[in-house]
Design a protein around this ligand. Structure first.
Ligand code: PLP
Length: 406
């Protein structure tokens, strides 16, 4: 199975494209595998042998597609790269040992000293930290503008700008970027665009089909889906990813075959998990919006969400992450709600089969000055819930008892 563009571009007699679950189960895999196994074998090899000197030369001259040395990739990783590229309607995918390694890998490949990168400001705090503390040491300038303010982003672009970056939806506010506008902004200024679509997943939106150049995922989250592995991936055109892959081979931030087996296995149930998590996210958001102890809910599937309209136009579902604020609660009263949860476990991360609950102030921003927290929109009474695949009614009831405990 190969990647197919969105169906409206297919000629009328083209075969019907396979659905997301069929792709998640089969795409990227050989129909007949080594030793006739239905699953891909885990090949534990740090290096790969050549039968003779001519075989090395044939490999160097690209006459033979094969493995060389473990830092450049392994067969298990290649299968998952093909699967993820197909799910995302992209040509190629490069996997990394974590989402952060993927972000660092892309930025280090694309940016030179003196270049500039423009970010929408609602983003994963470690991406922000890498830019402000580390890219700056190499003479790269990072500009941050308010999320979804396209005029501000356009105004921040100058001839040194090389990359526009955003998450969609953003974490933890779940703002939704108008991908067509974002991609168009890049094209108009001849600047490449990157969307971190970890919270959306290719089930809910495929940014490449809107003209975005690179899609990035922390595969640690929904793609792996079981809170048991870390991985990251960048998807885009083969040509644009070639230098990214080469630098990865030097950085060495690749995945072990064991890890890739887990990711390939996790992906088999990708659509089933997404359907449940989308449905539970919506139900939980609706429940919270009607609860007297909740003063605000951030969820793109609610009509009250500022980006509901664009989310409806662009997304198949709105995901399993719901952020909310406890009415008139200080940070301790908010922590009491988190601590009262009986099903959702207290932990960072999101997207896995286990529901996870956390207070961003404590989990990610405890040592950040209050003034900066306010600037990043992290309020003391904010709670972030990642709905797992437990039964929807159980998660809703757990939240109800946590909000009404005492
Ligand atoms: C978790 C996360 C990352 C970082 O991914 P890791 O796999 O933890 O390195 C980046 N972006 C978003 C939106 C995330 O949620």
């Amino acid at each position: 199975m190969t990647s197919s563009a969105s169906s409206d571009k297919s000629p009328p007699d083209a075969p019907r494209p396979a659905g997301p679950s069929t792709l998640a189960v089969h795409a990227g895999e050989a129909r007949q595998k080594p030793i006739n196994s239905i699953t891909d074998p885990i090949v534990c090899a740090a290096t790969y042998t050549f039968s003779n000197t001519q075989a090395i030369i044939d490999y160097i001259e690209q006459k033979q597609d094969r493995e060389e040395y473990g830092r450049y990739g392994n067969p298990s990783e290649k299968v998952v790269e093909r699967k993820l590229a197909t799910l995302e309607a992209g040509e190629d995918a490069v996997l990394y040992a974590s989402g952060m390694a993927a972000i660092v890998g892309l930025l280090m490949t694309k940016l030179n000293s003196g270049d500039e990168v423009v970010f929408f400001d609602e983003c994963y705090h470690r991406s922000r930290e890498f830019c402000s503390k580390h890219l700056s040491r190499f003479g790269v300038v990072t500009r941050q503008v308010k999320a979804c303010d396209y005029d501000a982003m356009a105004a921040a672009i100058n001839p040194r700008t090389k990359l526009l970056v955003s998450e969609s939806p953003t974490n933890p506010h779940l703002s939704v970027v108008d991908l067509e506008k974002f991609a168009e902004l890049g094209r108009r200024h001849h600047v490449e665009t990157l969307i971190d679509a970890t919270l959306a997943t290719p089930y809910n939106v495929q940014p490449l089909t809107y003209g975005v150049d690179y899609v990035l995922h922390s595969a640690t989250k929904y793609l792996g889906g079981h809170n048991d592995l870390l991985a990251g991936v960048i998807i885009g055109s083969r040509e644009k990813l070639e230098p990214v892959r080469k630098l990865r081979g030097i950085m060495g931030a690749i995945n072990s075959p064991h890890n890739m087996y887990l990711l390939e296995r996790g992906l088999k149930t990708f659509e089933l998990r997404m359907q449940r998590q989308n449905a539970t996210g919506q139900a939980v958001a609706e429940f919270l919006a009607g609860h007297p102890r909740v003063s605000r809910v951030y969820y793109p599937g609610l009509p009250s969400h500022p980006y509901h309209e664009i989310a409806q136009r662009q997304m198949r579902g709105f995901g399993g992450l719901v952020t909310f604020e406890v009415r008139d609660a200080d940070w301790k009263a908010t922590a009491a709600v988190v601590d009262a949860a009986k099903i959702a476990r207290i932990a960072p991360s999101l997207g896995g089969v286990e529901s996870l609950i956390e207070q961003p102030l404590v989990m990610s921003y405890f040592e950040v000055p209050a003034e900066d927290r306010r600037r990043f929109g992290i309020s003391d009474n904010m709670i972030r819930l990642s709905c797992g695949i437990e039964n929807t009614e159980d998660i809703v009831e757990d939240l109800r008892q946590a909000l009404e405990a005492k």
